[in-house]
Design a protein around this ligand. Structure first.
Ligand code: GLA
Length: 458
């Protein structure tokens, strides 16, 4: 699997309404026919939130919603990007001089991240130009990874235009790294599942080295995604990077406490691995080493024996320099307990006990509680939606993705699905105040979809 490249499939465009529409729009926009198409899916993370960048395994599956790009390479250096959604304006630049503006997360910058990642991987300064028309149906800013799907899709588009090949694992690693040009210090979950997903199975994604293992979900249950309709764009605020920095600082303080070489440590997982103990055992080390009261930068500097200047320039990211409060104890507790829950979830799926849906649901509920109370990445609407989902038959429900808005994922016994959908719709979306824009409302059952691929017209 580690060396396998994304598949190329021949399709009858006329038989796929979305492809056909894209082809026609491409023709009216650029006056020509696309040479090929690339699709890359979004994902739903079933369990394992905010732990990939700490080095821990996560358990997502691809959803069927995806980003689809129609492509025509051109003989000049002009890169022309258009989107079928009129909210996203056209963009053009020279493929030789790609600039990514970190100050605003504009849609085309995600394309440029994927392109730049491939360009740099091969050490190319001269890239040929192309015309691209992008069509996405993953709800944006909703925790289903629409941005990473665009980065991954653009990466595979660029690779295909160059006529080169890379494995899915290499592509995932390149795209995870290059998405950071946007300024968000994400882990590698979203890009990994976008390339490594396979229809019919969720995946345990492990890092360093990156690998994916099938996790068979229970046949008697359905996973349902519900959008809280609160938009959260993780690149537009510093919440996300603050958490990454808190975890990094917690790792350093824990390492120092245990007399490890703390200055090289970046991730909470490294401390556990160096001590040779389990994530659960790290919970008691955290209790001993850290205090629940928030830390200020001065205290952190005192603990590590460094200056404020060193803290800012050598440890913190550019958009977290002015943070005054770091909750190290709470963040470490979340990460170690969530890492343990992922492994328990996988084990239950493998052993398939009779009450497995209930057990999996309990783990998902615990995960939400920890995200809400320890990691503080929920919001009142997500908490309310999770409660509604549980009330109407979900065995477990939790926020999914970065949080602070976006979607929930619930595990629902298959026979309760119709009443669950009807009741949740009524309780959350049909509010009397009409405050939820209908176009953002989405509530749907999902199953594990396939990963990124190239499509050629048959
Ligand atoms: C975002 C990041 C991922 C992961 C999740 C939270 O989607 O891109 O790497 O950290 O948030 O689990």
């Amino acid at each position: 699997m580690a060396t396998e490249s994304p598949a190329t499939r021949r399709v009858q465009v006329a038989e796929h309404p979305r492809l056909l529409k894209l082809k026609e729009m491409f023709n009216s926009k650029f006056g020509s026919i696309p040479k090929f198409y690339v699709r890359a899916p979004g994902r739903v993370n079933i369990i394992g939130e905010h732990i990939d960048y700490c080095g821990y395994s996560v358990l997502p599956m691809a959803v069927e919603q995806d980003v689809l790009i129609a492509v025509e390479p051109v003989k000049t250096y002009a890169l022309q990007l258009a989107n079928t959604n009129p909210l996203y304006p056209d963009f053009s630049t020279s493929a030789n001089n790609v600039q990514i503006d970190k100050t605003k997360p504009l849609w085309h910058n995600y394309f440029l991240c994927g392109l730049k990642g491939i360009q740099e991987h091969f050490g190319l300064s001269n890239l040929t130009g192309m015309n691209c028309l992008v069509d996405g149906n993953i709800p944006p800013s909703s925790g289903l990874s629409s941005s990473s799907a665009l980065v991954c899709c653009a990466g595979l588009v660029t690779l295909t235009v160059l006529g080169r090949s890379l494995s899915k694992v290499e592509l995932a690693e390149i795209c995870a790294k290059s998405e950071r040009y946007i300024g968000t210090e994400g882990g590698g979950m979203d890009q990994s599942i976008s390339f490594l997903a396979e229809e019919g199975t969720a995946k345990l994604i492990e890092f360093s080295p990156l690998r994916a293992t099938d996790v068979k979900l229970p046949s008697g249950a359905v996973f349902v995604i519900a959008n809280s309709c609160v938009e959260m764009n993780k690149a537009a605020t510093s919440h996300f990077n603050i958490r990454v920095m808190e975890c990094r600082l917690a790792a350093k303080l824990l390492a120092k406490y245990k007399s490890l070489q703390w200055d090289k440590v970046l991730r909470l997982e490294e401390v556990q691995a160096k001590l040779g103990i389990s994530p659960e055992e790290m919970l008691s080390v955290t209790e001993d080493a850290l205090h629940p009261e928030p830390y200020n930068p001065e205290e952190i500097c005192r603990c590590l024996g460094i200056s404020l200047e060193e803290l800012r320039t050598q440890i913190l990211s550019p958009n977290t320099q002015d943070v005054l409060i770091f909750k190290l104890y709470q963040r470490a507790k979340h990460v170690y307990s969530e890492a343990a829950r992922v492994l328990q979830f996988k084990k239950i799926c493998e052993e398939a006990p009779e009450n497995m849906v209930q057990l999996l649901g309990e783990l998902m509920n615990q995960s939400h509680m920890s995200c809400r109370d320890m990691y503080e990445c929920s919001c009142p609407e997500l908490d309310q939606l999770v409660d509604i989902c549980r009330k109407f038959g979900a065995q477990g429900s939790r926020l999914t993705g970065a949080g602070w808005g976006g979607c929930t994922v619930s595990i629902v016994p298959a026979d309760r699905l119709p009443s669950f959908l009807a009741n949740v719709h009524k309780a959350y979306y049909q509010r009397s105040d009409g405050s939820l824009a209908p176009e953002k409302q989405s509530l749907f059952a999902t199953k594990p979809g396939g990963g990124a691929l190239v499509l050629l017209e048959a």
